[in-house]
Design a binder for this molecule. Structure first.
Ligand SMILES: NC(=O)C1=CN([C@@H]2O[C@H](COP(=O)(O)OP(=O)(O)OC[C@H]3O[C@@H](n4cnc5c(N)ncnc54)[C@H](OP(=O)(O)O)[C@@H]3O)[C@@H](O)[C@H]2O)C=CC1
Ligand SMILES: Nc1nc(=O)c2c([nH]1)NC[C@@H]1CN(c3ccc(C(=O)N[C@@H](CCC(=O)O)C(=O)O)cc3)C=[N+]21
Length: 291
C-alpha cells in the first residue's frame, strides 16, 4: 500500500480562509485582533518563522506587532516588554519565539505572559488547564496535528496512539489532546525500550523527536496514520523525523515535510489569536478553531 498524503499546506490554507472570514466579522464590530511576536537574538531559522508568521497574520486581517531584541538583552528588559504587551489592549496574543538565549530562564519568561494572551499555550496555567480538561489556550503544533487526525479519521476514540517525544511544547500536549479524544496513549522518549515494537501497535503515530529519518518504515503498523512533526535541516534540505519513503509503503496516511505539520502550526497560532480576541471581548469561542 502507498499511503495517502495528508496535505497540511492545503488544510492550513483553508483554515486561514475561515480565520480571515471570522476576523472580518469581528472587524465589523470594531474589534481587530492583534498578535505580538517577540524575537530575541538572530537565529536564522527563527527569523524565517517570524517573518512568515507576520505575513500570514496580516493576510488574515489581523494586526501584527514585531519586537526584535538583541541576543544580549537582559532578561529584565524582556520581562518589561512582556509586561507592557500584557497591558496593551491592542495586543490579544503574545508569542515569544523559542529557544531563548542561554542566559534567560525560559519558564520564567513564558509564565510572565498573561495566560489569556498566551497564544502558544505554553504558560503553566494553560498546561494545567489542558491536563485537567478546563478551557485553555492549546499549543499550536499539537492542535494542528489533532485537526489533521480528526479530518482524516473522524472519531479517534479507542485508537491506539504512540507519541514519540515528551517536550512541553509538542509531545506532552499532543498526548493530552489524544487522551481527551479517548485514544489509548503511550508517550515514548529516549529511555523507551523496544520503540520499534511499540510503534508497530500504533494506529496513530506522532513523531516529535528532532532526529532526521528516525522512524523507519518497518516500525509502521499497516494502514496507520503517521504525523511527522520533525523539522530537520540537513544538506539535502528539510526533512522530518520519519523515513518518509519507507513509511509511505506501510502507512495508510502520512504528513510530508515540508508541507505537513509546519503550516498547520502557523494557522493554529492565528486560530488561537482569534480565540483569545473573542474571549477578551466576552464573545463565544470561534467555530471549529478550538479542540
Ligand atoms: N512542525 C512544527 O511546527 C514544529 C516542529 N518542531 C520539531 O519537532 C521536533 C521535536 O521538537 P521538540 O519537542 O521541541 O524537541 P525536544 O528536543 O524538546 O524533544 C525531543 C524528544 O524526543 C525524545 N528523543 C530523543 N531521542 C530519542 C530516541 N533516540 N528515542 C526516543 N525518543 C527520543 C526526547 O526524549 P528525552 O525526553 O528522553 O530526552 C525528547 O522527549 C524537532 O524536530 C522540532 O524542530 C517543533 C515545534 C514545532
Ligand atoms: N514560541 C514558539 N512557538 C512556536 O510555535 C515555535 C517556536 N517558538 N520556535 C520554533 C518552533 C518551530 N516552529 C515552526 C513553525 C512553522 C514551520 C513551517 O511552516 N514549516 C514549513 C517549512 C518552512 C521552511 O521551509 O523552513 C513546512 O513544514 O512546510 C516550522 C516550524 C514553530 N515553533
Amino acid at each position: 500500500m502507498t499511503a495517502t498524503l495528508i496535505d497540511g499546506k492545503a488544510f492550513a490554507a483553508g483554515l486561514r480562509a475561515r480565520i480571515a472570514a471570522q476576523t472580518a466579522a469581528l472587524k465589523d464590530r470594531g474589534i481587530t485582533p492583534g498578535l505580538a511576536v517577540v524575537l530575541v537574538g538572530e537565529d536564522p531559522a527563527s527569523q524565517v518563522y517570524v517573518r512568515s508568521k507576520g505575513r500570514m497574520t496580516v493576510e488574515v486581517g489581523m494586526n501584527s506587532y514585531e519586537h526584535r531584541l538583541p541576543a544580549e538583552t537582559p532578561e529584565a528588559e524582556l520581562l518589561a516588554l512582556i509586561a507592557r504587551l500584557n497591558e496593551d489592549p491592542a495586543v490579544n496574543g503574545i508569542l515569544v519565539q523559542l529557544p531563548l538565549p542561554a542566559h534567560m530562564d525560559e519558564a520564567a519568561v513564558i509564565n510572565a505572559i498573561r495566560p489569556e494572551k498566551d497564544v502558544d499555550g505554553f504558560h503553566v496555567l494553560n498546561a494545567g488547564r489542558l491536563a485537567t480538561g478546563q478551557k485553555a489556550m492549546v499549543p499550536c503544533t499539537p492542535l494542528g496535528c489533532l485537526m489533521l487526525l480528526r479530518d482524516r479519521l473522524g472519531d479517534l476514540s479507542g485508537k491506539s496512539a504512540v507519541v514519540i517525544g515528551r517536550s512541553n511544547i509538542v509531545g506532552k500536549p499532543m498526548a493530552q489532546l489524544l487522551l481527551r479524544d479517548s485514544c489509548t496513549v503511550t508517550i515514548a522518549h529516549s529511555r523507551t525500550q523496544d520503540l520499534p515494537a511499540l510503534c508497530r501497535g500504533a494506529d496513530i503515530l506522532v513523531a516529535a523527536v528532532g532526529r532526521p529519518h528516525f522512524v523507519k518504515g518497518d516500525w509502521i503498523k499497516p494502514g496507520a496514520t503517521v504525523i511527522d512533526v520533525g523539522i530537520n535541516r540537513i544538506d539535502s534540505g528539510l526533512v522530518g523525523d520519519v523515513d518518509f519513503a519507507g513509511a509511505r509503503q506501510a502507512a495508510g496516511a502520512i504528513t510530508p515535510v515540508p508541507g505537513g505539520v509546519g503550516p498547520m502550526t502557523i494557522a493554529c497560532l492565528l486560530a488561537n489569536t482569534l480565540t483569545a480576541t473573542a474571549r477578551a471581548n466576552g464573545l463565544p469561542d470561534p467555530e471549529g478553531l478550538t479542540p
